[in-house]
Design a protein around this ligand. Structure first.
Ligand code: C2G
Length: 134
């Protein structure tokens, strides 16, 4: 039983989020997702459209997500990995190298981001009235 973990804000949930969650789950048999709290997003300098309660329930409703935990800090990953007996830590490659310190605890995998989509782009496209790309 290979257990996988990944983290994110998952605001304005989009195909880039779905792709990485699906691919993370396909690396193992069980997927834990740490969803950033509103307070932690303030630390990350991110202003969310959706509050934590909505973002976490949307992620929790995804068929291949097995467990959602709140992400309150950068530092909690080691404890999360131990407490959830994680074998593989996954992030998009915009984080390449940033979590290599976790290699002492589990496998660390950075997956290619889905091109041409991001929460920021979605917000800009809506604000400018342009049609999001298909
Ligand atoms: N992602 C992706 N492709 C995109 C957009 C996002 O693969 N087009 C991935 C990111 O690389 C990340 C995950 O989706 O692995 C969640 O992205 P965000 O919600 O933007 O999360 P982020 O702000 O990167 O928070 O401690 C880690 C942080 O909580 C990560």
């Amino acid at each position: 039983m290979k257990r996988v973990i990944t983290y994110g804000t998952f605001d304005l949930f989009h195909i880039g989020h779905l792709n990485i969650l699906k691919r993370a789950r396909e690396l193992g048999d069980y997927l834990v997702v740490g969803v950033s709290s509103d307070e932690f997003n303030a630390v990350k300098g991110k202003k969310c459209a959706y509050p934590y309660g909505h973002r976490s329930r949307i992620v929790e409703a995804i068929r291949f997500v097995d467990k959602v935990i709140p992400e309150h800090s950068w530092e909690q990953k080691e404890a999360d990995i131990r407490e959830n007996a994680i074998d593989i830590f996954v992030m998009g490659d915009d984080w390449e190298g940033k979590f290599d310190n976790l290699r002492s605890l589990c496998e660390v995998v950075y997956l290619p981001r889905t091109p041409d989509i991001s929460t920021t782009e979605i917000k800009n496209e809506i604000a400018s009235g342009s049609k999001p790309k298909d």
